[in-house]
Design a protein around this ligand. Sequence first.
Ligand SMILES: *Cc1c(COP(=O)(O)O)cnc(C)c1O
Length: 431
Amino acid sequence: MHREDGYRDRSVLIHGKFRSEKWDFQDHILPPITTAVAFRLRSAQRGADAFQQFANPGVDRDTAKPIYIYDRLDEPCVGLLEETLAFAEKGECAVCFGTGMASVSAAIGIHVRTGDHVVFHPAIYGCTYSHIVNWLSRFGVGHTAIRMHDLEALRAAIRPETRVVYFESPCNPTMELVDLEAVVRLVAEVNEGREPERRVVTVIDNTFASPYGQRPITMGVDYVVHSLTKHISGFGASMGGVVVGPRTSETALLLYRKDFGGSMTPDTAWRILTYGLPTLAMRIEHQQDTAQRVAEFLELQPTVASVSYPGLDSFPQKALAQRQMRDIDGDFAPGAMIFFTMKGDPDQSYRAAIQVCDHLATNALSVTLAVSLGQIRTLVEHPASMTHSTIPPDEQAKAGIVPGGVRLSIGLEDERDILRDLESALASVGA
Ligand SMILES: *Cc1c(COP(=O)(O)O)cnc(C)c1O
């Protein structure tokens, strides 16, 4: 029996999941923070026990009292955050990393070796694309990009040597959705008759929706990764990542983190436990209300060609959005991210999008031209030339990352100010 049993996520995320006998500091209202890189080992035996215990699949990390050795291996504040994130995503275990990309590389890296193959959806975070295409290929790991709406094409793309099916939903930046349950069903069929070590695993980057708005593990996805830098840390003041997955993956994730070195600092974990997670539900709820209004406003603007936001009636995958984007209370949660495109041929629309960004950068208070997302400040950026510029133009086109596309991450400013700033930027086009 855990203290949080029977409480709603909203409350548990404020208090964390750390009032357990396992920790020496269950009376701390805020999580403790330590700055020691190495820990005193009271005896040689305790030192040996510590190394024996680390990443040992025979040790139940949920109940065993941890013996700390060195921060890169494991650390109390990060451990507290991991328990709370596993709770938030309804996974069996969570392992945190120094950045979102460190967690993306770990989620894929623990499953592949030379000769293996990764299938991914082409609308994807630019650095994830680059990680798979530029780096994994150097280690002899192949890849196929496939639009996962076409389930038969996905089935055909999965080869005997495929180990990972990787996607985002909503996709960055286009807000297209992948049908999680359909992909899970298909992969389960492919896995029938496969040896356990040759099984294909599904990995979703859930950064856009956050665990407030979507919990993919409850829909059968094997792994969730997050850039904690975004909605979960929430204030744009820390970087971090996490992989949430089955208990059987914990050892490999801890060893991967130990040996590749992408560990999270205690300070980051403390900030996320103290500020990020406790305010997650409240922030996104408010931001999502504003996003709905901004999306409806953008649809009416004469210079805007299209608006992609799951809360709009015009959203092509409305039924799917209603099905899988559900908040912690079960209500529809279309999120705080919007993608819109400017009118005109590719060249005109590109110039219009740049004009909107530049006008906002020069004149706006409530909208900031900056990459990143999920902050309390509203951010705007131009994916084709910024966050997704590592993806070649023909691949961008396939993924719907058009030259005239603009991405908005809605913050907590007064909605009327956001609308005013956007209105004047859009009015400046062609003026
Ligand atoms: C930002 C981002 C990442 C990478 O996270 P970092 O914390 O910047 O390393 C991965 N996926 C998505 C969807 C992101 O938005």
